[in-house]
Design a protein around this ligand. Sequence first.
Ligand SMILES: N[C@@H](CCC(=O)N[C@@H](CS)C(=O)NCC(=O)O)C(=O)O
Length: 198
Amino acid sequence: MLKLYDFLLSGNCYKVRLLLSLLGVEHELVAVDLKAGEHKKTPFLQLNPFGQVPALTDGDVVIRDSQAILVYLARRYGGADWFPEDAAALGNIAQWLSTASKEIGNTIATARLHYLFGTPIDVAAVEKQSYAVLKVIDEHLATRQWLECDRLTIADIACFPYIGLAADGKLSLDAYPHIVAWIDRIKQLPGYVGMPGL
Ligand SMILES: N[C@@H](CCC(=O)N[C@@H](CS)C(=O)NCC(=O)O)C(=O)O
């Protein structure tokens, strides 16, 4: 059985739970006790030597990193629409996987880490950077329903959680109506599941 090594409050774990649910893939959730430092010890380090959740096992396949897991699940269990073969479409989707990891991870997700888990940050700087990222994404979504390919892909699933959880980082989405509409569209999807804060 496919196993997701998971932490309930992690947006990176949640994006994998969301795709699994949208695809209807049977799986087992294995809770990793981050408070107890379980992710920094063996046996978890054998799954991800970087000591971070999520990690996924599917038979002999072991994948770490939420974006990489989305790629695997899309190709293994989703139709071609989730992560197409076409070179331009692949590149267009991959740019958002990268954006989820860096531009969103270092800003909007970091603000949330600060307010929920007490991680020290330069609040004013992170806030400014977060709104700059949200502005770019809102402008991108002004002329389209989904981030790429005129349909839901793993680009949307990768970027959605921390943007949807912006309020946890005391960030307002009021100035970004296209993002708000995109969040609503995702929440209407058959098979959608939420998490605390969403
Ligand atoms: N790029 C990785 C980042 C994973 C990540 O930051 N995981 C966090 C939870 S959201 C974690 O395990 N933090 C604990 C730590 O780094 O010690 C991904 O997308 O999966």
